[in-house]
Design a protein around this ligand. Structure first.
Ligand code: ADP
Ligand code: MG
Length: 386
């Protein structure tokens, strides 16, 4: 759908023209998975798929939320607090809106239309995309002057406290601060970050959506967060640390006997090693050593598959095929897992062949087809000027 078509949709939904249009991307994480909530280093980047948000004021003191992607609509009066309504999509904008009204400053009714071309519920963070689009747009429209980092923290709080997912800060950070052709080396403890060249040579970043419906993802996610908390508590008997990622694998080896639960031990091992892989991956990228970067991607996947156990036959199949294709430099699952998406670095001129062969291989094994996209690494949330 083009922006002009979206504007027409806005016009027919609200009987007035859209005044402002915003775009917020989705994201992939190149490496550093499930360690943002462990104070680790991650390497996400924003992609050229995301969420558009169009708005215009109304005189009715009502917020009207519509989405091209969902049938249900939501209208709610301007009031001083909002409650989550269930599992409907409009809880995301509602959670953000709450932050803009609790401080008692005046807000005015708005008509709002969303459209996302980023696959929804597939691990590319359409949720962070709609949250940051909304927070950024409201901040601009209501002239609140929050910094981008404050908006990121606000959106994370929506995800954690309003939606109820104990996720880290990576997703909101990536879609807010992303830059074209850069990966963000983000320290999730200090929130220091560096935009580094995402050197891909003559390759493209492929995204493979397994198209597996995600079930149990939220409860499993929260379970992993809890397991990491258990591991940390055990290690804190001897170590003065705030996060699992505060130690390297040598220190971990010396103290791992403190973790008596075998499952929890595997989870912690993944976290500590994945954090080290990110540092190695950053060095490899800086040296344009894509072969090493690819090796680290495969190692990351293996750890997520066997130690962290957040992959699944669908993601494993996508990575397994990629390993056999000589046009692929590296591949891994990205995002929370349990279905969702994998990424692969693929020779640009072989992308079509790769995509076709992967679809055939995957379909034969899984019984339905994945979707494969060639993506560009793009900039974070911004307003579109007419
Ligand atoms: P992911 O972030 O991996 O895409 P989540 O389950 O965290 O998956 O978030 C998906 C949810 O975010 C959707 O079910 C919906 O509630 C909301 N959402 C995302 N994009 C849109 C959109 N374009 N319009 C309306 N709601 C959206
Ligand atoms: Mg999400």
């Amino acid at each position: 759908m083009t922006v002009d078509q979206l504007k027409q949709q806005f016009q027919s939904a609200f009987n007035q023209q859209a005044l402002e249009t915003y775009f917020c991307p989705g994201r992939v994480n190149l490496i550093g998975e499930h360690i943002d909530y462990n104070g680790g280093l991650v390497m996400p980047c924003a992609i050229n798929f995301g969420t558009w948000m169009l708005l215009a004021p109304n005189e009715d003191n009502v917020f009207r939320f519509r989405s091209v992607n969902f049938e249900d609509t939501y209208d709610i009066g301007v009031q001083d607090s909002y409650e989550k309504t269930g599992r409907e999509w409009y809880n995301y904008p509602l959670g953000v809106l709450h932050h803009f009204v609790v401080d008692g400053k005046q807000v005015k009714g708005l008509d709002v239309l969303y459209f996302g071309n980023v696959p929804i519920g597939s691990g590319l963070s359409s949720s962070a995309s709609i949250e940051i689009a909304t927070a950024f747009a409201f901040n601009q429209y209501f002239k609140r002057g929050y910094s981008k980092l404050e908006l990121v923290k606000m959106a994370k709080s929506v995800e954690n406290n309003f939606i109820g997912l104990s996720s880290g800060i990576m997703d909101q950070f990536a879609v807010a601060f992303g830059e074209a052709n850069k990966a963000l080396m983000l320290n999730c403890d200090t929130l220091e970050y560096k935009a580094v060249d995402a050197y891909l040579g003559d390759n493209v970043l492929a995204v493979i959506n397994t198209n597996k419906p995600r079930k149990l993802a939220e409860s499993k996610y929260n379970e992993r967060v809890e397991e990491c908390a258990q591991a940390l508590k055990a290690l804190q008997q001897e170590l003065n640390i705030s996060y699992l990622c505060d130690i390297d694998s040598d220190t971990f080896s010396r103290h791992q006997h403190l973790i008596t639960d075998e499952v929890v031990l595997k989870r912690a091992k993944h976290v500590v090693e994945e954090n080290e892989r990110v540092k190695l991956a950053a060095d490899a990228l800086a040296q344009h050593n894509l072969a090493e970067f690819g090796r680290l991607m495969y190692a990351s996947h293996q750890s997520l598959q066997h130690d962290y156990e957040v992959s699944g036959v669908e993601l494993d199949t996508a990575v397994e095929y990629s390993k056999t294709d000589s046009n692929v430099i590296g591949a891994r699952m990205t995002g929370a897992g349990f279905g969702g998406c994998a990424i692969a670095i693929v020779k640009a001129d072989a992308f079509e062949t790769y995509s076709k062969n992967l679809i055939d291989y995957y379909t034969a094994k899984i019984g339905y087809a994945p979707s494969v996209y060639a993506t560009n690494i793009s900039s974070g949330v911004h307003e579109l000027v007419n």
